[in-house]
Design a protein around this ligand. Sequence first.
Ligand code: NAD
Length: 500
Amino acid sequence: MAVVDATLEVGNLIGGAFQPARAGRTFESRNPADSGDVVGVFPRSDNTDVDAAVAAARDAFEGWRRTPWPSRAAIILRASELLEERKEALAQLMTREMGKVLTEARGDVQEAIDMGKFIAGLGRHAFGETVPSELRDKWAMTMRQPFGVVGCITPWNFPIAIPSWKIFPAIMAGNAVVLKPAEDTPLCALRFVEALADAGLPAGVVNVVFGFGEEAGAALVSHPDVAAIYFTGSVETGRIVSETCGRMLKKCSLELGGKNAIVVLDDADVELAVDGALWGAFGTAGQRCTASSRLIVEQGALDRFTSRLVERASHLRLGDGLDAKVDVGPVINETQLKRIHSYTEIGKGEGASLLLGGEIATEGALAKGWFYRPTVFGGVKPAMRIAQEEIFGPTTVIIPVTSMEDAITAANSTQYGLSLSVYTNDLRTAFHAINELHSGIVYINAPTIGAEIQLPFGGTRNTGNGHREAGGHVLDEFSEWKSIYIDYSGRLQRAQIDTE
Ligand code: NAD
C-alpha cells in the first residue's frame, strides 16, 4: 500500500480502499506545538461509514478466522518488522501530531514493535486444554475461538502503542477489526494499520473509520454486528460505552483513567524519588493514564523532597518535542490546555499552595502551540479535587502524611486504581505496601509509569471493568473458549448420572 503523504487528505480505510466520509464532511489534525501546522485532513464519519466498515470486516472475517494461527502470526511479525524499519519516521510524525518529545515517541513505537513480536509468538502458543472426562470413552478439550467483528476505540496519548495493544491480539485470535482512533491523532493510527496492510494482512481484516466519538465512536459501539468493544479513554466516555454494551450484551473491555500516586517514605532515597517524580509527573506532559499526579510524602522526607522537586522541575524546558533540548512538549489541544489551567484555579481555591508553574506558557514560539508550565502544588489534602480528579496535564500535587499507614490510605483514596508506587529501602515495608495498595500495577522504587507489555495492564475500581490488556493471558480478552466433548463409546452416556 502506498504511504500517504502527511499533508494529504486521507480517507477511511474500508475493505482495503480509501473512502471519503459518505456525508462528505472532514476534520483536521493539527500539530499541538504549532497549531497552524495541519498534519492531515480526515473524514468526519457517521453511522453510514461505520456500517460500511463493519460490513467489510464481516466479509473478511470468515476467511481470516480460517487462516491458521501461525500464518496470522507471520503477518503480525512482518508488520512489527516494518514498524521497526519505519520507527524514526513514525516517531517524528507522532511528535508532530501528538506533541510528546521525540525520545518518548520512539518509545511509543517501540511498544508497538514489542507487542507485535510478543503476540506473534502466541501463534504457536495458543494452547487449549485436554482434561479427563468423568465418563468412559469420552474425550474433553478446549479451544479458543474469535468473537467476530470487534470495535477498537483509542485515545490520543499513545497513538500507536494503544492501537497495537488491541489490534495485534484481536487479529491474532482471528477477529476482524474496525478501529475508531482519537480525533487528535488519526494519522499515527493510519500509519500503524498501513504496516499491517504492507505485511500482507488481507483487505477488510482491519478497517479504520476516522471521526468524533459521539458520531463514529458511538455508532461503532451500538452496531449490532460488532460483538465486542475494546475501549481506552476517560471514565466519562467509558460509562457511556459500557451502558450501550450492557444493554446489547456485548463484551466490553474498558481501560480508563488514573490518579496515580508515588509514596515517598522517610527511609527512601529522596533523590531517586525526585528522579521518579519528575519523570512520572512531567513525562508526556503528564498526559499518561499512569502519570504520577499525586506525590504522597512522609513528614521526614517532605522538606528535602519538595525543595528538590520544585528546584529541578523549574529547569524543565518547554517546547516542540522535535527539539532534542526540550523536556516537556505541548498538551494535546486548546480545550485540554484550558481544562488543566482550570484545575490550577481549583487548587488555589481549595487552599493548596502553588509552588511552581500554574500558567499557560506563551513566550516566543510557545505562543504558537498549547503549552502549560510544569506545575506543583504543596500542602494538598487527600480529599481536595486536585488530589482526586484526573487533570491529565503537567500538574502534580504533594500530599504530606505522618505515617506509612496514612500514606497507603491516601494512595487508595481515589475512584481510580491504576498505578501506585512506593519509595522505601525497607523490604518489609515494600512487601506490606504491595499487599495493601489497591491498584492494577504497583512499583517499588520506580515511578508509576513504565509498564512492560509482557505483564497485564489495567486497573482496579473505576480505572476499568476488571479486564487486563497485554501480558501472558492477553488472548483471554480477545477470544472465547469453546469446550468440546467427543463421545466414542457408541452409547448414550449421561453426565452426572452414568458415572461410576
Ligand atoms: P476520551 O474518553 O475523550 O476519548 C477516547 C476515545 O473515545 C476517542 O477515540 C473518542 O473519540 C472516543 N469517544 C468519545 N466519546 C465517545 C462515545 N460517546 N462513544 C464512543 N466513543 C467515544 O479520552 P481521551 O481524552 O482521548 O483520552 C484520555 C483519557 O484516556 C484519560 O482519562 C486517560 O487516563 C485515559 N487513558 C487510559 C489508559 C488505560 O490504559 N487505562 C491509557 C491511556 C489513556
